[in-house]
Ligand binder design. Structure first.
Ligand code: WQD
Length: 339
């Protein structure tokens, strides 16, 4: 009997790639998603890749009764991966209450049902944004978290603490928080990727839309940072490598290999790459030119961050495998596929 995994937000960018990897590893998946930032067609694309159509239920996780009804209908869940959350940094500054309501209440409804229906294992989608601008690089899991740069980032910090305190209070619960760096790219089949919903905030979708002629020019937000070429540095990780980290985290919990009831892991490549280096790598990998200009810094951006991934490498036996060129090429292939 294969283990059954609930994936909330499973039709989203990272969620859909994780569902494919879970299915490839023999897990049975049920997705709950309110489709507020994704499309139901993703389910068919997942099936085209894995050969398996995941079970799917559409409702909002802030509706406590609907969450309870769901758990009553699925009494045999072995674990939960919780992706479902609002995640646009800029939007969270304009609509903080929507972010606190959605991101915190969804998690609390899930955890109350985990206790009531005895679902022991949770993997949580956290973010390097909890570190703010670190004083020292690379960041380890022991790097102190800092005042979040946005309400979105603050919801990630608060959710980590809700999980910590709930696991401490209720025996039988255990969890892993995966702190993502910058997920980019798309599945090699180009059947799933980051859906373009509105004007992209993130660098890679804006870059590929610019090269595709949808946007006139990419703005590089600042070249006066204290970095080798002046542009800001991030740790860009292929979304499939990130998805695979969720599978090993689930397996760690299901086989009780976790060393503490609540563990955190940085999930990045360990390589810091600047915006201008991204442009150079994309042009080298695709042979395309990226029309761009330097503009002023974006408010709220940090200067540089990248991960120390040794804990995940050693404890999870996981390491990001894709090169930056391969990753950017997959993003370009996805862009061309959706045109
Ligand atoms: C990357 C770099 C920009 C757009 C955010 C969230 C993080 C996660 C990923 C959800 C920065 C520069 C960007 C552009 C640019 N979100 N840039 N021109 O801000 O590192 O992280 O998204 O989980 O939590 O904080 O990602 O892709 O927006 O920016 O120069 O048009 O690219 O200044 O240096 P970011 P990003």
């Amino acid at each position: 009997m294969s283990k059954q995994i609930l994936v909330t937000g499973g039709t989203g960018f990272i969620g859909s790639h994780t569902v494919v990897e879970l299915q490839n590893s023999g897990f049975e998946v049920v997705i709950v998603d309110n489709l507020s930032n994704s499309k139901v067609e993703v389910l068919k694309q997942i099936q085209e890749i894995s050969g398996i159509l995941p079970k799917f239920e559409q409702f909002d996780l802030t509706d406590k009764q609907k969450v309870k009804d769901f758990f009553q209908r699925y009494p045999d869940l072995d674990a939960i991966i919780h992706f479902a959350a609002s995640k646009a940094v800029g939007e969270s500054v304009e609509k903080p209450l929507m972010y606190y309501n959605n991101n915190l209440n969804s998690l609390m409804n899930i955890m109350e049902c985990m206790i009531e229906y005895k679902v022991p294992n949770l993997v949580f989608s956290s973010s390097c944004t909890v570190y703010g601008q670190p004083d020292r690089l690379p960041v380890t899991e022991q790097t102190p978290r800092k005042e979040a740069e946005s309400p979105y980032g603050n919801t990630k910090t608060i959710c980590e603490d809700i999980i910590r305190d709930t696991i401490a209070a209720y025996s039988g619960l255990k969890g892993i928080a995966l702190r993502y760096f910058n997920p980019i790219g798309a599945h090699a089949t180009a059947k799933i990727g980051e859906l373009p919903l509105g004007v992209p905030n993130n660098l890679i979708p804006f870059l590929t839309q610019t090269v595709a002629g949808i946007r006139p020019e990419l703005s590089v937000f600042g070249n006066d940072y204290d970095t080798p070429d002046g542009s800001a540095i991030r740790d860009y990780i292929h979304v499939v490598d990130l998805a695979k980290a969720h599978v090993v985290a689930i397996e760690r919990l299901l086989t009780n290999k976790n060393k503490k009831n609540y563990e955190y892991f940085n999930v990045g490549t360990g390589n810091g790459v600047s915006v201008l280096e991204i442009i150079k790598s994309f042009e080298r990998a695709t042979g395309e030119k990226v029309p761009h200009k330097i503009v002023v810094r974006r408010a709220g951006d940090i200067e540089k961050i990248y991960a120390d991934t040794s804990l995940a490498n050693e404890e999870l036996g996981w390491k990001a495998e894709s090169t930056l060129d391969e990753t950017l090429l997959s993003a370009w292939k996805w862009q061309k596929h959706i045109m």
